[in-house]
Design a protein. Structure first.
Length: 193
């Protein structure tokens, strides 16, 4: 068992950063969150993980914008089913301006469409590349550090619960209850007057 754990840690120290780079090219959260958790366990380095996630995310979204700019006709063929999202991104670009570049990293479903829509539009590509790099840095720092410290918090909870195993189902039910109340509240339809 100890050899399996050591092998897993060695493979993550060898290949983990490459996997993180490739996964973050698609603006994925799971890669940087997993790197933050593995960093808190000592399998990866949080600083290196943040830098690799930043570079991967910057590279991925920059390539999408450049593809949108220079291969417009070819890339729009793949987005025939997503025309409404592309149109929505154009409306958001006019409404929110550069803030869309910073917040698109956190909006599931449009985070890969925004760079392509910006590339297709007449937005200045050099300005997008600079703002994109800055937003990717903020994204990597925020998600990486939050996941690192959140995993430390969870480890403390589990070390406390280790003495009292009967608390685990209670905590699980409380969390499940909060999630259910939250989902019920946000999905509640407003009454018409």
């Amino acid at each position: 068992m100890q050899q399996t754990i050591q092998s897993f840690q060695d493979s993550y120290q060898t290949w983990g950063y490459l996997f993180l780079f490739v996964y973050c090219m698609g603006s994925g959260y799971v890669g940087i969150v997993a790197a933050g958790i593995l960093s808190s366990l000592g399998s990866m380095d949080i600083g290196t993980s943040i830098i690799v996630a930043f570079l991967g995310n910057t590279f991925g979204s920059s390539i999408l914008a450049l593809l949108g700019r220079y291969q417009k006709n070819d890339i729009l063929k793949y987005f025939v089913k997503h025309r409404r999202k592309v149109a929505l991104v154009h409306i958001w670009m006019k409404k929110y301006g550069i803030w869309l570049i910073f917040f698109n990293k956190y909006i599931y479903g449009v985070k890969t469409i925004v760079p392509i829509a910006i590339g297709v539009s007449k937005y200045k590509i050099s300005r997008f590349l600079i703002l994109n790099a800055l937003s990717c840095l903020i994204w990597a720092l925020l998600i990486g550090i939050l996941s690192f410290f959140a995993s430390e918090f969870v480890k403390r909870i589990f070390s406390y619960i280790g003495d009292k195993p009967y608390l685990m189902p209670v905590i699980f039910l409380v969390i499940l209850g909060f999630v259910w109340i939250f989902l019920k509240k946000i999905s509640k339809k407003q009454k018409r007057i």
